[in-house]
Design a binder for this molecule. Structure first.
Ligand SMILES: *Cc1c(COP(=O)(O)O)cnc(C)c1O
Length: 461
Protein backbone atom coordinates (compact mmCIF):
# COMPACT_ATOMS: atom_id res chain seq x y z
CA UNK A 1 0.00 0.00 0.00
CA UNK A 2 1.51 3.29 -1.14
CA UNK A 3 -1.38 5.23 0.33
CA UNK A 4 -0.34 6.99 3.52
CA UNK A 5 -2.80 9.86 3.61
CA UNK A 6 -5.23 10.75 6.36
CA UNK A 7 -8.22 11.91 4.32
CA UNK A 8 -10.25 13.24 7.25
CA UNK A 9 -7.32 15.35 8.42
CA UNK A 10 -6.66 16.72 4.92
CA UNK A 11 -10.35 17.54 4.50
CA UNK A 12 -10.66 19.43 7.73
CA UNK A 13 -7.49 21.45 7.09
CA UNK A 14 -8.66 22.20 3.57
CA UNK A 15 -12.07 23.30 4.87
CA UNK A 16 -10.43 25.54 7.46
CA UNK A 17 -8.01 27.39 5.18
CA UNK A 18 -8.45 26.76 1.48
CA UNK A 19 -10.94 28.85 -0.50
CA UNK A 20 -11.79 27.03 -3.76
CA UNK A 21 -12.42 28.45 -7.23
CA UNK A 22 -15.94 28.12 -8.66
CA UNK A 23 -17.19 26.45 -5.47
CA UNK A 24 -19.72 26.96 -2.72
CA UNK A 25 -17.07 26.92 -0.02
CA UNK A 26 -19.53 26.54 2.86
CA UNK A 27 -21.23 23.54 1.27
CA UNK A 28 -17.90 22.08 0.29
CA UNK A 29 -16.58 22.36 3.82
CA UNK A 30 -19.48 20.22 5.03
CA UNK A 31 -19.25 17.71 2.21
CA UNK A 32 -15.45 17.40 2.21
CA UNK A 33 -13.19 17.69 -0.80
CA UNK A 34 -11.76 14.80 -2.74
CA UNK A 35 -8.00 14.91 -2.37
CA UNK A 36 -5.96 13.85 -5.41
CA UNK A 37 -2.52 12.64 -4.47
CA UNK A 38 -0.95 11.11 -7.55
CA UNK A 39 -1.20 10.94 -11.33
CA UNK A 40 0.14 8.60 -13.96
CA UNK A 41 -0.92 8.56 -17.60
CA UNK A 42 -4.70 8.96 -17.73
CA UNK A 43 -5.07 7.80 -14.13
CA UNK A 44 -5.37 9.73 -10.88
CA UNK A 45 -5.29 8.36 -7.37
CA UNK A 46 -7.11 9.92 -4.43
CA UNK A 47 -6.11 9.96 -0.78
CA UNK A 48 -8.23 6.85 -0.11
CA UNK A 49 -6.31 4.92 -2.76
CA UNK A 50 -9.07 4.97 -5.41
CA UNK A 51 -7.94 4.96 -9.04
CA UNK A 52 -9.87 7.38 -11.21
CA UNK A 53 -9.74 7.76 -15.00
CA UNK A 54 -9.13 11.45 -15.66
CA UNK A 55 -11.65 12.12 -18.40
CA UNK A 56 -11.00 15.87 -18.20
CA UNK A 57 -7.19 15.86 -18.62
CA UNK A 58 -6.80 17.83 -15.39
CA UNK A 59 -8.80 20.83 -16.58
CA UNK A 60 -8.67 20.43 -20.38
CA UNK A 61 -4.91 20.61 -20.34
CA UNK A 62 -2.93 17.46 -19.59
CA UNK A 63 -2.42 16.42 -23.23
CA UNK A 64 0.54 14.13 -22.50
CA UNK A 65 -1.00 12.57 -19.38
CA UNK A 66 0.15 12.75 -15.80
CA UNK A 67 3.47 11.85 -14.24
CA UNK A 68 5.85 12.43 -17.14
CA UNK A 69 9.17 12.70 -15.33
CA UNK A 70 10.81 14.05 -18.48
CA UNK A 71 9.06 17.38 -17.82
CA UNK A 72 10.22 17.44 -14.23
CA UNK A 73 13.77 16.75 -15.42
CA UNK A 74 13.64 19.60 -17.95
CA UNK A 75 12.33 21.98 -15.28
CA UNK A 76 14.98 20.80 -12.83
CA UNK A 77 17.74 21.42 -15.37
CA UNK A 78 16.39 24.89 -16.14
CA UNK A 79 15.93 25.88 -12.51
CA UNK A 80 19.44 24.69 -11.69
CA UNK A 81 20.74 26.95 -14.47
CA UNK A 82 18.46 29.98 -14.20
CA UNK A 83 15.33 29.69 -12.06
CA UNK A 84 14.05 33.15 -12.82
CA UNK A 85 14.79 36.25 -14.71
CA UNK A 86 12.31 38.65 -16.28
CA UNK A 87 11.82 39.51 -19.93
CA UNK A 88 11.23 43.25 -19.39
CA UNK A 89 13.86 45.94 -19.92
CA UNK A 90 15.70 44.58 -22.93
CA UNK A 91 16.45 41.12 -21.52
CA UNK A 92 15.60 37.59 -22.58
CA UNK A 93 16.77 34.04 -21.85
CA UNK A 94 17.23 30.86 -23.89
CA UNK A 95 14.03 28.99 -22.91
CA UNK A 96 11.77 31.96 -23.77
CA UNK A 97 13.59 32.42 -27.08
CA UNK A 98 13.38 28.72 -27.93
CA UNK A 99 9.69 28.46 -27.02
CA UNK A 100 8.76 31.61 -28.97
CA UNK A 101 10.54 30.22 -32.02
CA UNK A 102 8.90 26.82 -31.59
CA UNK A 103 5.42 28.38 -31.38
CA UNK A 104 6.06 30.39 -34.54
CA UNK A 105 6.89 27.10 -36.29
CA UNK A 106 3.84 25.22 -35.02
CA UNK A 107 1.30 27.94 -35.76
CA UNK A 108 0.16 29.29 -39.15
CA UNK A 109 2.81 31.11 -41.25
CA UNK A 110 1.44 34.59 -40.50
CA UNK A 111 1.77 34.08 -36.73
CA UNK A 112 5.39 34.76 -35.88
CA UNK A 113 5.37 36.41 -32.50
CA UNK A 114 4.18 35.48 -29.03
CA UNK A 115 3.51 37.63 -25.96
CA UNK A 116 3.95 35.40 -22.90
CA UNK A 117 1.82 35.37 -19.78
CA UNK A 118 0.88 32.81 -17.12
CA UNK A 119 -2.65 31.76 -17.95
CA UNK A 120 -5.46 31.90 -20.45
CA UNK A 121 -7.11 34.70 -18.48
CA UNK A 122 -4.00 36.85 -18.67
CA UNK A 123 -3.74 36.04 -22.37
CA UNK A 124 -7.24 37.42 -22.89
CA UNK A 125 -6.55 40.53 -20.83
CA UNK A 126 -3.57 40.99 -23.11
CA UNK A 127 -5.89 40.58 -26.12
CA UNK A 128 -8.11 43.44 -24.96
CA UNK A 129 -5.19 45.82 -24.58
CA UNK A 130 -3.44 44.66 -27.73
CA UNK A 131 -6.52 44.85 -29.98
CA UNK A 132 -7.36 48.37 -28.81
CA UNK A 133 -3.75 49.50 -29.00
CA UNK A 134 -3.57 48.15 -32.55
CA UNK A 135 -6.42 50.40 -33.68
CA UNK A 136 -5.03 53.40 -31.77
CA UNK A 137 -1.69 53.07 -33.54
CA UNK A 138 -3.47 52.39 -36.84
CA UNK A 139 -5.15 55.80 -36.48
CA UNK A 140 -8.63 54.46 -35.75
CA UNK A 141 -9.00 55.08 -32.02
CA UNK A 142 -12.81 54.79 -32.09
CA UNK A 143 -12.49 51.07 -32.76
CA UNK A 144 -12.67 49.84 -29.16
CA UNK A 145 -15.62 47.47 -28.75
CA UNK A 146 -14.98 43.76 -28.66
CA UNK A 147 -17.72 41.37 -29.71
CA UNK A 148 -17.92 38.07 -27.92
CA UNK A 149 -20.52 35.36 -27.37
CA UNK A 150 -22.94 34.45 -24.63
CA UNK A 151 -21.80 31.32 -22.82
CA UNK A 152 -18.28 31.71 -24.20
CA UNK A 153 -15.45 31.29 -21.71
CA UNK A 154 -12.32 33.43 -21.79
CA UNK A 155 -11.08 33.28 -18.21
CA UNK A 156 -11.74 34.63 -14.78
CA UNK A 157 -9.87 37.91 -14.51
CA UNK A 158 -12.03 41.01 -14.88
CA UNK A 159 -11.13 41.28 -18.56
CA UNK A 160 -11.39 37.57 -19.29
CA UNK A 161 -14.69 37.15 -17.46
CA UNK A 162 -16.10 40.21 -19.25
CA UNK A 163 -15.16 38.78 -22.63
CA UNK A 164 -16.75 35.54 -21.55
CA UNK A 165 -20.50 35.34 -21.64
CA UNK A 166 -21.19 33.46 -18.41
CA UNK A 167 -24.24 34.83 -16.61
CA UNK A 168 -23.29 33.60 -13.13
CA UNK A 169 -19.85 35.21 -13.49
CA UNK A 170 -21.26 38.52 -14.69
CA UNK A 171 -23.62 38.50 -11.73
CA UNK A 172 -20.69 38.91 -9.32
CA UNK A 173 -18.33 41.86 -9.12
CA UNK A 174 -20.02 44.25 -11.53
CA UNK A 175 -19.21 42.61 -14.87
CA UNK A 176 -18.89 42.91 -17.78
CA UNK A 177 -16.69 45.98 -18.12
CA UNK A 178 -17.87 48.50 -20.72
CA UNK A 179 -16.97 48.01 -24.37
CA UNK A 180 -17.84 44.36 -24.69
CA UNK A 181 -20.94 43.15 -26.52
CA UNK A 182 -22.19 39.57 -26.51
CA UNK A 183 -24.00 37.82 -29.36
CA UNK A 184 -25.76 34.47 -29.60
CA UNK A 185 -23.73 31.27 -29.33
CA UNK A 186 -23.95 28.59 -32.06
CA UNK A 187 -25.59 26.09 -29.71
CA UNK A 188 -28.05 24.29 -31.94
CA UNK A 189 -29.10 21.58 -29.48
CA UNK A 190 -29.99 24.13 -26.82
CA UNK A 191 -31.13 27.14 -28.82
CA UNK A 192 -31.79 25.99 -32.38
CA UNK A 193 -35.59 25.81 -32.00
CA UNK A 194 -37.23 24.62 -35.19
CA UNK A 195 -34.33 25.60 -37.45
CA UNK A 196 -32.11 22.97 -39.03
CA UNK A 197 -28.60 23.04 -37.65
CA UNK A 198 -27.38 24.52 -40.95
CA UNK A 199 -29.92 27.36 -40.81
CA UNK A 200 -29.22 27.98 -37.16
CA UNK A 201 -25.45 28.14 -37.75
CA UNK A 202 -26.00 30.87 -40.36
CA UNK A 203 -28.37 32.75 -38.07
CA UNK A 204 -25.95 32.70 -35.13
CA UNK A 205 -23.07 33.85 -37.35
CA UNK A 206 -25.12 36.66 -38.86
CA UNK A 207 -25.65 38.01 -35.35
CA UNK A 208 -22.06 39.21 -35.66
CA UNK A 209 -22.83 41.08 -38.86
CA UNK A 210 -25.95 42.62 -37.33
CA UNK A 211 -24.06 43.93 -34.28
CA UNK A 212 -21.22 45.35 -36.37
CA UNK A 213 -23.74 47.17 -38.55
CA UNK A 214 -25.85 48.37 -35.62
CA UNK A 215 -22.89 49.78 -33.67
CA UNK A 216 -20.91 50.90 -36.72
CA UNK A 217 -17.81 49.19 -38.06
CA UNK A 218 -15.76 52.20 -36.97
CA UNK A 219 -16.47 51.31 -33.29
CA UNK A 220 -15.57 47.60 -33.40
CA UNK A 221 -12.07 46.41 -32.60
CA UNK A 222 -12.41 42.63 -32.66
CA UNK A 223 -14.50 39.50 -32.47
CA UNK A 224 -13.35 36.79 -30.06
CA UNK A 225 -14.49 33.16 -29.98
CA UNK A 226 -13.40 29.67 -29.10
CA UNK A 227 -13.33 27.29 -32.12
CA UNK A 228 -15.45 24.92 -29.99
CA UNK A 229 -16.77 26.34 -26.72
CA UNK A 230 -15.26 24.30 -23.90
CA UNK A 231 -16.48 25.41 -20.49
CA UNK A 232 -19.80 26.40 -22.09
CA UNK A 233 -20.48 22.70 -22.68
CA UNK A 234 -18.40 21.49 -25.66
CA UNK A 235 -20.57 23.33 -28.14
CA UNK A 236 -19.58 22.24 -31.63
CA UNK A 237 -20.88 24.84 -34.07
CA UNK A 238 -22.96 23.73 -37.06
CA UNK A 239 -20.88 23.30 -40.24
CA UNK A 240 -22.32 26.52 -41.64
CA UNK A 241 -21.11 28.68 -38.74
CA UNK A 242 -17.39 29.27 -39.18
CA UNK A 243 -17.45 29.79 -42.96
CA UNK A 244 -20.10 32.48 -42.45
CA UNK A 245 -18.08 34.14 -39.67
CA UNK A 246 -15.06 34.04 -42.01
CA UNK A 247 -17.08 35.78 -44.72
CA UNK A 248 -18.26 38.49 -42.32
CA UNK A 249 -14.76 39.10 -40.95
CA UNK A 250 -13.32 39.34 -44.46
CA UNK A 251 -15.90 41.95 -45.43
CA UNK A 252 -15.52 44.06 -42.25
CA UNK A 253 -12.43 45.64 -40.90
CA UNK A 254 -12.16 43.94 -37.51
CA UNK A 255 -9.63 41.65 -35.84
CA UNK A 256 -10.43 37.98 -35.44
CA UNK A 257 -9.33 36.58 -32.08
CA UNK A 258 -9.45 32.80 -31.86
CA UNK A 259 -9.19 31.61 -28.26
CA UNK A 260 -7.22 28.37 -28.56
CA UNK A 261 -6.74 27.83 -24.84
CA UNK A 262 -8.59 24.49 -25.02
CA UNK A 263 -8.65 23.63 -28.73
CA UNK A 264 -4.92 24.21 -29.22
CA UNK A 265 -2.17 21.61 -29.00
CA UNK A 266 -3.93 18.64 -30.52
CA UNK A 267 -7.28 18.52 -28.76
CA UNK A 268 -9.21 18.46 -32.07
CA UNK A 269 -6.72 16.32 -33.99
CA UNK A 270 -5.00 19.36 -35.47
CA UNK A 271 -2.35 21.54 -33.86
CA UNK A 272 -4.93 24.30 -33.40
CA UNK A 273 -8.69 24.65 -33.72
CA UNK A 274 -8.03 27.38 -36.29
CA UNK A 275 -6.40 24.78 -38.53
CA UNK A 276 -9.38 22.45 -38.05
CA UNK A 277 -11.94 25.11 -39.03
CA UNK A 278 -9.81 26.98 -41.60
CA UNK A 279 -9.59 30.22 -39.60
CA UNK A 280 -6.81 32.80 -39.89
CA UNK A 281 -6.56 34.47 -36.49
CA UNK A 282 -5.13 37.96 -35.97
CA UNK A 283 -4.62 37.22 -32.29
CA UNK A 284 -4.57 33.75 -30.80
CA UNK A 285 -4.57 33.23 -27.02
CA UNK A 286 -3.01 29.93 -25.90
CA UNK A 287 -2.43 28.25 -22.50
CA UNK A 288 -3.52 24.89 -20.97
CA UNK A 289 -2.12 22.27 -23.40
CA UNK A 290 0.91 24.47 -24.08
CA UNK A 291 2.54 22.98 -20.98
CA UNK A 292 0.02 20.17 -20.40
CA UNK A 293 -0.55 22.00 -17.12
CA UNK A 294 2.81 20.96 -15.69
CA UNK A 295 3.57 24.63 -14.97
CA UNK A 296 1.38 27.68 -15.54
CA UNK A 297 2.04 29.41 -18.85
CA UNK A 298 0.02 31.13 -21.54
CA UNK A 299 0.54 33.52 -24.39
CA UNK A 300 -0.96 35.41 -27.29
CA UNK A 301 0.19 34.61 -30.82
CA UNK A 302 0.25 37.82 -32.83
CA UNK A 303 -0.26 38.07 -36.60
CA UNK A 304 2.38 39.92 -38.60
CA UNK A 305 -0.17 42.50 -39.75
CA UNK A 306 -0.94 43.36 -36.10
CA UNK A 307 2.67 43.28 -34.92
CA UNK A 308 3.81 45.48 -37.82
CA UNK A 309 1.37 48.21 -36.75
CA UNK A 310 1.77 47.97 -32.97
CA UNK A 311 5.57 48.07 -33.38
CA UNK A 312 5.22 51.59 -34.78
CA UNK A 313 3.57 52.73 -31.54
CA UNK A 314 6.64 52.47 -29.31
CA UNK A 315 6.35 50.82 -25.89
CA UNK A 316 3.49 48.39 -25.29
CA UNK A 317 2.95 49.15 -21.60
CA UNK A 318 1.85 45.72 -20.52
CA UNK A 319 3.48 42.64 -19.04
CA UNK A 320 3.64 40.23 -16.15
CA UNK A 321 6.57 39.63 -13.84
CA UNK A 322 6.51 36.02 -14.95
CA UNK A 323 5.94 36.61 -18.69
CA UNK A 324 8.07 33.91 -20.28
CA UNK A 325 9.12 32.37 -16.95
CA UNK A 326 12.17 30.21 -17.68
CA UNK A 327 10.95 27.11 -15.84
CA UNK A 328 7.48 27.33 -17.40
CA UNK A 329 9.03 27.76 -20.86
CA UNK A 330 11.23 24.71 -20.23
CA UNK A 331 8.15 22.70 -19.23
CA UNK A 332 6.29 23.85 -22.34
CA UNK A 333 9.22 22.99 -24.62
CA UNK A 334 9.53 19.51 -23.12
CA UNK A 335 5.76 19.05 -23.46
CA UNK A 336 5.75 20.09 -27.12
CA UNK A 337 8.66 17.75 -27.76
CA UNK A 338 6.66 14.84 -26.33
CA UNK A 339 3.56 15.78 -28.35
CA UNK A 340 5.68 15.82 -31.51
CA UNK A 341 7.77 12.73 -30.76
CA UNK A 342 4.73 10.64 -29.90
CA UNK A 343 2.74 12.01 -32.84
CA UNK A 344 -0.16 12.83 -30.52
CA UNK A 345 -1.84 15.29 -32.87
CA UNK A 346 -2.02 12.77 -35.74
CA UNK A 347 -2.97 10.09 -33.26
CA UNK A 348 -6.04 12.10 -32.23
CA UNK A 349 -6.95 12.74 -35.86
CA UNK A 350 -6.41 9.22 -37.22
CA UNK A 351 -6.46 6.74 -34.37
CA UNK A 352 -7.72 7.34 -30.84
CA UNK A 353 -9.99 10.21 -31.93
CA UNK A 354 -12.10 8.16 -34.37
CA UNK A 355 -11.92 5.17 -32.02
CA UNK A 356 -13.35 7.02 -29.03
CA UNK A 357 -15.78 9.09 -31.12
CA UNK A 358 -17.50 5.96 -32.48
CA UNK A 359 -18.01 4.55 -28.99
CA UNK A 360 -18.98 7.91 -27.47
CA UNK A 361 -21.54 8.60 -30.18
CA UNK A 362 -23.04 5.14 -29.56
CA UNK A 363 -23.90 6.39 -26.05
CA UNK A 364 -26.43 8.55 -27.88
CA UNK A 365 -28.60 5.37 -27.99
CA UNK A 366 -29.02 5.52 -24.21
CA UNK A 367 -32.54 6.61 -23.14
CA UNK A 368 -31.05 9.46 -21.07
CA UNK A 369 -28.90 10.91 -23.87
CA UNK A 370 -30.43 13.38 -26.33
CA UNK A 371 -27.21 13.98 -28.24
CA UNK A 372 -23.69 12.56 -28.09
CA UNK A 373 -21.13 14.70 -29.88
CA UNK A 374 -17.34 14.71 -30.12
CA UNK A 375 -14.61 16.26 -32.25
CA UNK A 376 -11.05 15.07 -31.71
CA UNK A 377 -11.03 14.15 -28.04
CA UNK A 378 -13.54 16.72 -26.85
CA UNK A 379 -17.13 15.64 -26.38
CA UNK A 380 -20.46 16.07 -24.62
CA UNK A 381 -23.57 14.06 -23.79
CA UNK A 382 -26.79 16.03 -23.51
CA UNK A 383 -28.97 14.47 -20.81
CA UNK A 384 -32.68 14.87 -21.49
CA UNK A 385 -35.83 13.63 -19.72
CA UNK A 386 -37.77 12.86 -22.85
CA UNK A 387 -35.83 11.92 -25.92
CA UNK A 388 -35.81 12.45 -28.81
CA UNK A 389 -37.20 15.88 -27.92
CA UNK A 390 -34.62 18.67 -27.75
CA UNK A 391 -37.21 20.94 -26.15
CA UNK A 392 -37.78 19.20 -22.83
CA UNK A 393 -35.11 19.94 -20.28
CA UNK A 394 -34.67 18.80 -16.72
CA UNK A 395 -35.86 21.34 -14.13
CA UNK A 396 -34.15 22.88 -12.33
CA UNK A 397 -31.25 22.92 -14.76
CA UNK A 398 -28.03 21.37 -13.47
CA UNK A 399 -29.27 18.94 -10.81
CA UNK A 400 -29.23 15.90 -13.05
CA UNK A 401 -25.82 16.83 -14.43
CA UNK A 402 -24.43 17.09 -10.91
CA UNK A 403 -26.02 13.76 -9.93
CA UNK A 404 -24.51 12.07 -12.98
CA UNK A 405 -21.11 13.64 -12.31
CA UNK A 406 -21.10 12.36 -8.73
CA UNK A 407 -22.10 8.87 -9.86
CA UNK A 408 -19.36 8.99 -12.49
CA UNK A 409 -16.79 9.92 -9.85
CA UNK A 410 -17.94 6.95 -7.78
CA UNK A 411 -17.48 4.77 -10.86
CA UNK A 412 -13.90 5.96 -11.20
CA UNK A 413 -14.38 8.29 -14.16
CA UNK A 414 -14.06 12.06 -14.09
CA UNK A 415 -16.56 13.70 -16.38
CA UNK A 416 -17.55 17.29 -15.83
CA UNK A 417 -21.16 18.47 -15.70
CA UNK A 418 -22.13 21.65 -17.53
CA UNK A 419 -25.82 22.32 -16.97
CA UNK A 420 -27.21 18.84 -17.72
CA UNK A 421 -24.56 17.76 -20.17
CA UNK A 422 -21.61 15.56 -19.38
CA UNK A 423 -18.29 16.74 -20.72
CA UNK A 424 -15.25 14.70 -21.70
CA UNK A 425 -11.77 15.85 -22.69
CA UNK A 426 -9.28 13.10 -21.81
CA UNK A 427 -5.48 13.14 -22.19
CA UNK A 428 -4.36 12.62 -25.78
CA UNK A 429 -2.32 9.56 -24.74
CA UNK A 430 -5.51 7.58 -23.93
CA UNK A 431 -5.02 3.99 -25.18
CA UNK A 432 -7.68 1.90 -26.92
CA UNK A 433 -8.02 -0.26 -23.81
CA UNK A 434 -8.43 2.81 -21.64
CA UNK A 435 -11.01 4.19 -24.07
CA UNK A 436 -13.00 0.92 -23.73
CA UNK A 437 -12.70 1.21 -19.95
CA UNK A 438 -13.86 4.83 -20.10
CA UNK A 439 -16.92 3.92 -22.17
CA UNK A 440 -17.79 1.04 -19.82
CA UNK A 441 -17.66 3.41 -16.84
CA UNK A 442 -19.67 6.07 -18.67
CA UNK A 443 -22.32 3.49 -19.64
CA UNK A 444 -22.59 2.24 -16.07
CA UNK A 445 -22.88 5.86 -14.93
CA UNK A 446 -25.71 6.60 -17.36
CA UNK A 447 -27.54 3.41 -16.32
CA UNK A 448 -27.24 4.27 -12.64
CA UNK A 449 -28.29 7.88 -13.21
CA UNK A 450 -31.30 6.66 -15.19
CA UNK A 451 -32.25 4.22 -12.41
CA UNK A 452 -31.89 6.92 -9.77
CA UNK A 453 -34.06 9.37 -11.74
CA UNK A 454 -36.72 6.67 -12.08
CA UNK A 455 -36.54 6.02 -8.38
CA UNK A 456 -37.02 9.74 -7.72
CA UNK A 457 -39.98 9.76 -10.11
CA UNK A 458 -38.30 12.36 -12.31
CA UNK A 459 -38.76 10.32 -15.45
CA UNK A 460 -41.58 8.00 -16.41
CA UNK A 461 -40.94 4.41 -15.34
C1 LIG B 1 -9.52 27.93 -19.38
C2 LIG B 1 -9.77 28.94 -20.44
C3 LIG B 1 -9.32 30.25 -20.31
C4 LIG B 1 -8.70 30.75 -19.05
O1 LIG B 1 -7.49 30.14 -18.79
P1 LIG B 1 -6.90 30.18 -17.29
O2 LIG B 1 -5.55 29.56 -17.46
O3 LIG B 1 -7.84 29.40 -16.43
O4 LIG B 1 -6.83 31.60 -16.89
C5 LIG B 1 -9.49 31.09 -21.38
N1 LIG B 1 -10.08 30.69 -22.51
C6 LIG B 1 -10.55 29.44 -22.66
C7 LIG B 1 -11.17 29.04 -23.95
C8 LIG B 1 -10.43 28.53 -21.62
O5 LIG B 1 -10.93 27.30 -21.73
Amino acid sequence: MRNTYDTADLRSRDAAHHWHPFSDSAALATEGVRVIVRGEGVWLEDSDGNRILDGMAGLWCTQIGHGRVEIADAVHRQMSELAFYNTFFKTSHPPAIALAEKLAQLTQPHLNRVFFCNSGSEANDTVIRLARTYWDVAGKPTKKTIISRRNGYHGSTIGGASLGGMGPMHAQGGLPIPGIVHIQQPYWFGEGGDLSSHEFGLKAARGLEAVIDALGEDTIAAFIAEPIQGAGGVIIPPDSYWPEIRRICSEREILLVVDEVICGFGRLGSWFGSDHFGLKPDLMPIAKGLSSGYLPIGGVMIADRVADVVFQGGDFNHGYTYSGHPAACAAALANLEIIEREGLVDRVRDDIGPYLQARWKALGEHPLVGEARMVGLMGALELVPNKPSRKDKFEPVGQVGTLCRDISFRNGLIMRAVRDSMILSPPLVLSHGEADDLIARATKTLDETWAELKRQGRIAA
